[in-house]
Design a protein around this ligand. Structure first.
Ligand code: ZN
Length: 419
């Protein structure tokens, strides 16, 4: 086990730890540790809401989730000798829930959660159909996840960091703020919002001089969207064995990461669609000098996925096209066609006794595959979503004998969309 360079105590809040991480992107957030190219190291990660979500049968915590505080990130880590224009190589050697803590109140201590966020506090991919907050708690047993809130399924997780990236330069940060601000200005009162502007009150900026917190906090980018530096890409295939190549924009790269997921379906569709947890990650870093120019990677990381995916070989797939639920034809809208494919999968699963919310939570958390199957056949794009049949305790395939009925159990806890 490599040496831990960012250690967290599960019993302490993010802001009370020995080393303070951050929850915004800004080039002036000082690095918290320095590593050398070729070096391996361990980093502890706090779950993204810093312990606000509890292992219980209520969704009030999801309804009131403190979105301004996310993501609780570990870092930044300075890599010696790395300069803007280089490519930073990051190998994910290992990643998992909080080691040696199988039981406790913090996500990652033997359990994790998936949330459907209320339309007034985050929203999600299908927020028009699912405006209320719901939660599913998942229990971990080795590599396997099961839930008292979504019975009849168990699946192998594909553990990965939802968020990892290098620090932006001042120029890149200014570009983000300008273009996202322009988008917000097109409909500033929209619910959920079109984008998230900087917000200084809840900004955590690591070891930055306190006198600078207001200025830097009012410029620093929120961590929700993926951007040129990587960031919150939520790619489920960033699992152990992966090698990622990040563009570097500041001296030392200033790598940060967090938002560990025990599992996730393609698209992370419920917004907090993965199984969220705290845990550890072992990394090794290296550098390709001048690699951004050499390989044409001036923005957005490239990567080689690891080879320890769950082994599912049989799938039941659903498709959708770019026609709205009201029957309106849209032009090659792949976002819409993926929504329709997911809604078709949800409709199907309700025939087995699941509530629509249980089915939606399952699609967010299980290792489902999503694909853009057709993007040229005007006017309809075609998207598809693939469910591994082996995750179900029963035969989920269509047959002449009809769907078996599961016992939906206590159901997924709900909290009504208010405000
Ligand atoms: Zn996450």
């Amino acid at each position: 086990m490599p040496k831990t360079i960012f250690k967290l105590d599960s019993s302490k809040k993010f802001g009370d730890q020995e080393k303070l991480g951050h929850n915004r992107w800004h080039p002036e957030i000082p690095s918290v540790a320095t590593v050398k190219p070729g070096e391996s190291f361990r980093v502890d990660c706090r779950e993204w809401f810093d312990g606000a979500i509890e292992n219980n049968d209520s969704a009030e915590d999801i309804l009131n989730a403190p979105l301004l505080t996310v993501h609780a990130l570990s870092g930044p880590f300075h890599v010696e000798g790395v300069k803007p224009g280089d490519l930073l190589i990051v190998d994910i050697l290992d990643v998992g829930p909080i080691p040696q803590e199988d039981d406790g109140p913090l996500a990652g201590q033997g359990w994790g959660y998936t949330g459907i966020f209320s339309r007034n506090n985050g929203g999600g991919f299908l927020t028009e159909q699912f405006p209320d907050a719901y939660k599913a708690v998942w229990d971990f047993s080795g590599q396997t996840a099961t839930s008292r809130h979504v019975p009849g399924v168990s699946f192998t997780g594909i553990v990965h960091p939802g968020l990892m990236g290098t620090a932006p330069s001042a120029e890149l940060l200014a570009k983000w703020n300008a273009r996202e601000g322009a988008l917000i200005a097109t409909d500033p009162d929209r619910v959920p919002p079109l984008a998230l502007p900087p917000e200084s009150e809840h900004a955590v900026l690591g070891g930055l001089d306190q006198a600078e917190w207001n200025r830097v906090g009012s410029e620093a980018a929120r961590t929700a969207p993926p951007r040129e530096n990587g960031g919150n890409q939520d790619i489920k295939n960033f699992t152990k064995g992966s090698r990622v190549f990040y563009p570097v924009f500041v001296d030392g790269a200033n790598l940060s990461l967090g938002d560990l997921h025990f599992s996730q379906g393609d698209g992370e569709i419920t917004f907090c669609g993965a199984i969220e947890m705290g845990g550890f990650i072992d990394l090794r870093v290296d550098v390709i000098k001048g690699g951004m120019e050499t390989y044409g990677v001036s923005e957005n990381a490239i990567f080689m996925p690891g080879n320890v995916d769950p082994q599912y070989s049989e799938w039941l797939a659903f498709s959708g096209t770019s026609v709205t639920l009201d029957g309106e034809q849209r032009y090659l809208d792949s976002h819409l066609s993926y929504q329709r494919a997911c809604l078709h999968a949800i409709d199907y699963l309700t025939k087995f006794g699941y509530s629509p919310e249980q089915a939606y939570l399952l699609l967010g958390a299980a290792p489902i595959e999503g694909r853009l199957s057709g993007v040229v056949d005007i006017p309809n794009s075609c998207s598809t979503v693939y469910l591994p049949t082996a995750i179900f305790d029963f035969d989920v395939r269509p047959s002449a004998s009809g769907p078996v009925q599961i016992d939906p159990g206590i159901g997924a806890p709900r909290a009504a969309n208010q405000k």
